[in-house]
Design a protein around this ligand. Sequence first.
Ligand SMILES: [Zn+2]
Length: 61
Amino acid sequence: MALTKPYYSTRDEAPRVYHDRVGCNIGNSIPPEERCYGIHGRSHCRECRELAIEENETAQG
Ligand SMILES: [Zn+2]
């Protein structure tokens, strides 16, 4: 499982999304000191969602 605790960037100019995938490049580019844990009413990161779909397809294949 490549899931992690949901987190998001505390930067004002960052997209209003949260990340929950270890392999997400967008999430990984957020420095640890700018990460806040939780979802906070944000929508799911597009890349995290695509990773989730890929992993589901891999698991079934
Ligand atoms: Zn993400």
